[in-house]
Design a binder for this molecule. Sequence first.
Ligand SMILES: *[C@@H]1O[C@H](CO)[C@@H](O)[C@H](O)[C@H]1NC(C)=O
Ligand SMILES: *[C@@H]1O[C@H](CO)[C@@H](O)[C@H](O)[C@H]1NC(C)=O
Ligand SMILES: *[C@@H]1O[C@H](CO)[C@@H](O)[C@H](O)[C@H]1NC(C)=O
Length: 294
Amino acid sequence: MLAAALVSAALVGLVRAQDIPAVASPTDLALVSAQYENSGFSQGGNAGFGIELDAKAVLTVVYPFGAVENGASYTVDQVSEGPDLYVTPAESTVGWFNSSSRYTVALADASSLGDPDAEGNYRHFLANSLDGAAAEGDNLTFTPSNGQVITYYAAPGPIEGTGPHRYAWLLFEQPADFSAPSNLSTSGVNPSHWYVNSYVEETGLQLLAASFFTVSNGDATGSVAETQAVNTATLSAAPSATSGGSSTSAGSASETTSSGSPSASAAPDNGAAQLVLSVGAGALGVVGLAAAML
Ligand SMILES: *[C@@H]1O[C@H](CO)[C@@H](O)[C@H](O)[C@H]1NC(C)=O
Ligand SMILES: *[C@@H]1O[C@H](CO)[C@@H](O)[C@H](O)[C@H]1NC(C)=O
Ligand SMILES: *[C@@H]1O[C@H](CO)[C@@H](O)[C@H](O)[C@H]1NC(C)=O
């Protein structure tokens, strides 16, 4: 029994190590930016977040099943626990991730009531003022940490028959004078509808990285754009980021997303995942079940 548990823990460890890159290439950054665009997230008007992505890092989101593949479809069960997050800059973008950098991390559903959603986007996780810098050496990957969780992880739980929902983990750089809106400034704010672009405009955030996937419940009555439709041959490999040291913000922020299903009261996320920024259920506040099921 114990031996079996050890073996399986070791296997999980191996899978995770393979999934997390040491450095991003300019092509990796161009690809994720194009896939994000292709998935409709940059569209406004309730169809997306109304924010463009010019990626400065690859964001790897590791759930118990493994790392999220951008644009892939997962089940409610696969994403019921909060993931661990890893940020991998390119050599040309490490300057964005230094020890003075502060990050905001969010998980949002682009259109939780169906596509488009007249009430905006839906907030499943939000944390501010994480810190962290690109690691030294050959492996630049780091995990943001030490922030304040505003909305604890509310697992995706789409309403039946509303088609594939598009969820995105978003990593933002905070400006030095960042100030949270008064109604999103304390820990334990329930998940709810919001407009990602309004929040970003109000607080001066800049999107640095994203990872995204879909979850459906029941027969899919809608369709979503395929990230695979990106023609990689057309990608520009030119990094859009300012080069190394002189750029705006650097700093690695580890994600503090805590996992936990909406129905879990407050089971702490124990275990090895605590080494990295883990969005565990321990961070779950009192989340209304109905409110979280989106
Ligand atoms: C890079 O570092 C991260 C964080 O320490 C680690 O999880 C990952 O396995 C490393 N990747 C490679 C390819 O060595
Ligand atoms: C916070 O206040 C803004 C502005 O009044 C409002 O648009 C938004 O819905 C509120 N957000 C939450 C989570 O209450
Ligand atoms: C660190 O990053 C911040 C933005 O996150 C930037 O404003 C600052 O210039 C960077 N500092 C250095 C020394 O590169």
